[in-house]
Design a protein around this ligand. Structure first.
Ligand SMILES: *Cc1c(COP(=O)(O)O)cnc(C)c1O
Length: 414
C-alpha cells in the first residue's frame, strides 16, 4: 500500500446516538429541542437509555455471580448515581462527599466500598458508622480504624487495596505496580494482614486496581488473572477467609482517532475461568468488577453553542460558549501527554455533507481552550451546537469551572 493510499486514523463511529432530521437525538429529543428544554448552553446531557444498555451489555458477558460496581468519581451527578444505583450491584466511592451522594441515592451500604489514599479520620468514622466496606490503603488506617471501631462498638469492614507487583499494560493511567501512593505493597501485606487480625477489624478481602482507560482485552485479562493469583497467595496470610475480591476494571472507551471499542467477550470468558478456579481456591469469595468511565462515558455529550465564527490567516475558528473550564479532558489538559481531538460534531447538522476544516475553541483567554483542533466538521454558523461525544465521564466534576469566571454548565439526565 502506498503512502497516499494509507488511511489516516479516524474516530470510532459515534453511532450510539441516532440522527433525526439532521439532528443528534439525545434522551429521545432532537438536540435543538433538548437545548431549549435545558434553557441554556453549555450543558452536559446523559442518556438513560444508553446507560441501561451498557449495563445490560456487561451483564450479558460477565459470568453469573460477578458483581458490577459503579466507580462514581467518573460521574458523581446525584441523578446519575441514583440511576446507576438501581442498575448495578454496588457503588465505589472515593471520599465522604461521594459516600453521602451514594447513600442519599439509596445505594445499599453493604455494597458500597470506599477507596482512596489519605482518608481522614472523620471520613473513616463516617464510613464505619455507615457500615460500608473500607478499602484500606495504609498501616495508619488500621490503627485509626481500630480506635474508631472501639468507640462506635462496630468493627470496621475492611478489604485491603494491594499495590501489586505488576502493571496493567497499555493503560492510559497506571494505578498499580512500582512505587505508588495507592494501596499497600505486596511485600508489606503479611505484616498488614497480621495488624488487621490483631486490631479485630472485620476482614473481607482484597481490592486490586491496576489502571484505567485500557482498550486491550488481552491486557485486562492478564491483569485480572495476575490479580486473582496474587489474591490466592495473599489469602494464606489473611485473618479470615476471603469473601470479597475486587479485580478492578480499567475498561476503556475510544476517545481518539485510531482507537476502537473494547472487545468484552474475552474478558467474560477469562472471568468465567477464574470464577471456576475460585470455587476450589477461594470458595467464599465474590468477584467484583468496578467500572467508571466504561459505564457512563459513552452515554454523555457536552453541548456548547457557537457564538462567533472567525477566519484567521485562512484558518476557521468556531468560538463556542463553553470549553476547557467545563470539559478539561476534551481540551487535552486532563492527563494527556499529546493533545488529540475527542470526537466532535455539529449536533444540529450531524449528517450534513457540507463540511470544512475548523477549530472549535472556547471563550477563555488561553490557547489551551481548544475543543477541536483542525477537524473536518459540518459547516457551522453562529447559533449552531457543537457537540463533544464521549463526555459522560470525567467531565463537569473534573473541570476547573471557576477559571475565568464564566457561567457554570448545567447537567441533565435524559
Ligand atoms: C478511578 C477509579 C476507578 C474508575 O476508573 P475508570 O477508568 O473510570 O473505570 C475505579 N476504581 C478505582 C479505585 C479508582 O480510583
Amino acid at each position: 500500500m502506498s503512502v497516499t493510499e494509507r488511511q489516516l486514523p479516524v474516530h470510532a463511529p459515534m453511532n450510539q446516538f441516532a440522527v433525526s432530521e439532521g439532528e443528534l437525538v439525545v434522551g429521545g429529543d432532537r438536540l435543538s429541542r433538548l437545548a431549549a428544554r435545558v434553557g441554556q448552553t453549555p450543558f452536559y446531557a446523559y442518556d438513560r437509555g444508553l446507560l441501561r444498555a451498557r449495563v445490560a451489555e456487561l451483564r450479558n458477558v460477565l459470568p453469573q455471580g460477578v458483581k458490577l460496581h459503579y466507580a462514581m468519581k467518573a460521574n458523581p451527578m446525584p441523578a446519575v448515581v441514583g440511576f446507576m444505583a438501581g442498575l448495578v450491584d454496588g457503588i465505589d466511592v472515593a471520599s465522604a462527599g461521594e459516600l453521602k451522594v451514594a447513600l442519599d441515592a439509596g445505594a445499599n451500604p453493604l455494597e458500597v466500598s470506599f477507596a482512596g489514599p489519605g482518608k481522614r479520620d472523620a471520613e473513616l468514622r463516617q464510613a464505619v458508622a455507615s457500615r460500608v466496606l473500607i478499602n484500606l490503603e495504609s498501616f495508619r488506617e488500621v490503627t485509626a480504624l481500630e480506635a474508631i471501631s472501639g468507640e462506635l462498638g462496630l468493627p470496621a469492614r475492611v478489604a485491603v487495596r494491594v499495590n501489586p507487583d505488576f502493571e496493567l499494560k497499555g493503560s492510559g493511567m497506571k494505578m498499580g505496580g512500582g512505587p505508588k501512593q495507592f494501596g499497600v505493597d505486596v511485600e508489606q501485606m503479611p505484616a498488614l494482614l497480621a495488624d488487621i487480625g490483631r486490631a479485630g477489624l472485620a476482614f473481607e478481602g482484597f481490592h486490586l486496581f491496576a489502571g484505567s482507560q485500557n482498550l486491550r482485552s488481552e491486557s485486562i485479562c492478564e491483569a485480572q488473572q495476575k490479580s486473582y493469583e496474587l489474591a490466592v497467595r495473599l489469602a494464606m496470610d489473611a485473618p479470615s477467609p476471603v469473601r470479597f475480591l475486587n479485580l478492578g476494571g480499567g475498561f476503556g472507551i475510544p476517545y481518539f482517532p485510531g482507537e476502537q471499542r473494547l472487545d468484552l467477550s474475552p474478558i467474560g470468558d477469562n472471568l468465567a475461568r477464574l470464577a471456576q478456579r475460585a470455587q476450589a481456591e477461594l470458595p467464599e469469595a465474590a468477584f467484583v468488577i468496578e467500572l467508571g468511565r466504561y459505564l457512563v462515558g459513552e452515554a454523555g455529550v457536552y453541548v456548547a453553542r457557537i457564538v462567533d465564527r472567525k477566519v484567521s490567516r485562512g484558518q476557521v475558528y468556531l468560538v463556542a460558549d463553553g470549553g476547557l473550564h467545563h470539559h478539561l479532558s476534551a481540551s487535552g489538559n486532563f492527563g494527556q501527554v499529546v493533545r488529540k481531538n475527542y470526537p466532535v460534531t455539529i449536533g444540529n447538522k450531524a449528517d450534513s455533507l457540507d463540511k470544512e476544516t475548523v477549530s472549535v475553541v472556547g471563550p477563555l483567554c488561553t490557547p489551551l481552550d481548544l475543543l477541536a483542533d483542525r477537524m473536518t466538521l459540518p459547516v457551522a454558523q453562529v447559533g449552531d451546537l457543537a457537540v463533544v461525544f464521549q463526555s459522560g465521564a470525567y467531565g463537569a466534576s473534573a473541570s476547573p469551572q471557576g477559571f475565568l469566571g464564566h457561567p457554570a454548565c448545567v447537567e441533565v439526565l435524559v
